[in-house]
Design a protein around this ligand. Structure first.
Ligand code: NAD
Length: 505
């Protein structure tokens, strides 16, 4: 039950808090306790319209759109610094709302958010916002400038698993390119998005960064269909991504899609097994498996299969599950009851398909948090790619172990998936691994570790994991459009060769 004293998050439009037009709010549940802990605006089309109008007006202001690279770089540095200065508060809010452990959120996520702003602050100094092309054979005496211009108002729609991190991947390049944004955070975890909007309003002009809260089918849909939105950058499930691509086609919006995954980690017989056991568990259990690029399939050579699984079970027993705000906790809760039930159903389906639960598979009761959505780290052996749990995205702390032998091609097994976000290889032969990496159909390939995300390296999917790349300087490209401006310097009409096609001189 919600009570009036719960914190309420209205929209954030044009630099100020803005009550939802219909006055409606949604309950937001703390995944550790199962209790409502705040409320967020349940927005509607009129709210989206207000936010897009504010963003449009802010975009029409040349002071923002045409800001010099030097000045914009300073602004990006300021944004990164304000994240760091408020890191402790943001980390606590993020940990409480998403269930991510405080140790990881403060030690990794917050730093990575700030670092992305710093990386792009540097990148735009050398970014080719304008490039001069000298004259060519034809047309004669024409000089051309190629301009990269911002798109306009960009919509960012994010998921609940790493709310502030996913947000930064979209707004940092959008702002670096001079766009304005309207964000819709997941209705399950809107808190840090609102706090960041407030903090950034100390630096950004009003209307540059707006947040409209609400459900996907209302606020999300209104953003995707809005004629004045130039681009939608979406992180979420493949099913919603496909729907967004179809819907955005009506207004021919640009779309970037960061979708689901079913990452395969290959353990070769020559692997350092201690490293592989630690790495494989880190690859799936971080954020309780709620990571799009998690190592959710583990392909193990039969020569090392049993010894590796035995070691992984030993290590899994020692993973501390509990309150994400406790610095000793390694795995927090799943985000919601619906997500918990979905993960439990996949574990049941694995058993039904003939696979074995080598460890975990059950709800974990945490003292003091008895209603939280805690799931044990789960290792399922005897899996094959054709089993539902081994080919569908579970999005929970469940690794599907697939055994392969000398006659099998582990790269082919890894590629036998509709997803292509991450893949990896554990081996001591890193030369052979380079060749395998080139054949793996995934946007990120990691050798001898997992989650090696860098703010200066592009991240994104192959196949049904989506398209477009976030992070790194490349990400600015997808928030710009290119214009060529050509100037003729010949003053005498008769000396312009093409004019002779029409005129007699
Ligand atoms: P989801 O697709 O249910 O929702 C994502 C966002 O889209 C939410 O904000 C939601 O409100 C909104 N939405 C829902 N319906 C919409 C519609 N019709 N129009 C517009 N917006 C709509 O996904 P989720 O459950 O929040 O997130 C989990 C998924 O996200 C997983 O599949 C995961 O793999 C994926 N993910 C991908 C990446 C990546 O970078 N590739 C990163 C994190 C999560």
């Amino acid at each position: 039950m919600s009570t009036p004293e719960h914190t309420r998050y209205p929209h954030f439009i044009n630099g100020i808090k803005s009550e939802p037009t219909n006055g409606a709010y949604l309950d937001v549940v703390d995944p550790s306790t199962g209790q409502v802990h705040c409320k967020t605006a349940d927005g509607c089309e009129a709210d989206v319209q207000n936010a897009v109008s504010a963003a449009n007006l802010a975009f029409s202001n040349p002071a923002w759109r045409e800001m010099s690279k030097a000045h914009r770089s300073q602004v990006l540095y300021q944004l990164g610094n304000i994240v760091l200065a408020n890191g402790a508060e943001l980390a606590e809010l993020e940990s409480r709302s998403s269930g991510g452990t405080i140790t990881r959120v403060s030690g990794l996520d917050i730093i990575a958010v700030a670092d992305l702003f710093f990386v792009l602050a540097e990148a735009i100094k050398d970014y080719s916002f304008s490039e001069f092309l000298p004259p060519r054979l034809i047309p004669e005496q024409v000089h051309t400038t190629v301009l990269r211009e911002p798109l306009g108002v960009c919509a960012a729609i994010t998921a609940w698993n790493f709310p502030i991190l996913l947000l930064s991947w979209k707004i940092a390049p959008a702002l670096a390119a001079g766009n304005t944004v309207v964000v819709k955070a997941s209705e399950l975890t809107p808190q840090t998005t609102f706090r960041l909007a407030e903090l950034f309003s100390e630096i950004l002009p009003p209307g540059v960064f707006n947040v409209v809260s609400g459900r996907g089918e209302t606020v999300g849909e209104a953003l995707v269909t809005h004629p004045n939105i130039a681009k939608v950058s979406f992180t979420g499930s493949t099913a919603t991504g496909k729907h967004i691509q179809r819907t955005a086609a009506d207004t021919l919006k640009r779309v970037t899609l960061e979708l689901g995954g079913k990452g395969a980690a290959i353990v070769m017989p020559d692997a350092n097994l201690e490293l592989a056991a630690h790495g494989a568990l880190f690859g799936i259990m971080m954020n309780s498996g709620q990571a799009c690029e998690a190592a959710s399939r583990l392909l193990v050579h039969e020569a090392v299969h049993d010894v590796l699984i035995e070691r992984m079970v030993d290590l899994a027993k020692k993973i501390t599950i509990g309150n994400p705000l406790d610095p000793d906790t390694a795995m927090g809760p799943l985000i919601s009851k619906a997500q918990f039930d979905k993960v439990a159903a996949f574990i049941d389906s694995a058993k039904g398909a003939g696979a074995s639960v080598a460890f975990g598979g059950k709800r974990q009761v945490v003292s003091g948090f008895e209603n939280g959505y805690f799931m044990q780290p789960t290792i399922i052996t005897g899996s094959t790619n054709s089993m539902t749990h081994a080919c569908e995205e579970i999005f929970g702390p469940v690794v599907s172990v697939i055994r392969f032998g000398d006659d099998d091609d582990p790269v082919a097994i890894a590629n036998d998936s509709r997803y292509g976000l991450s893949a990896g290889i554990f081996t001591e032969n890193v030369v052979r691994a380079q060749g395998m990496a080139r054949n793996l159909q995934a946007g990120s390939v990691w050798i001898n570790d997992w989650h090696m995300m860098r703010t200066d390296a592009p991240f994104g999917g192959y196949k049904e994991s989506g398209y477009g790349r976030e992070m790194g300087a490349h990400s600015i490209d997808s928030y710009t459009q290119i214009k060529s401006v050509s100037t003729g310097f010949e003053r005498e009409p008769a000396r312009k060769l093409p004019h002779h096609f029409i005129h007699k001189f």
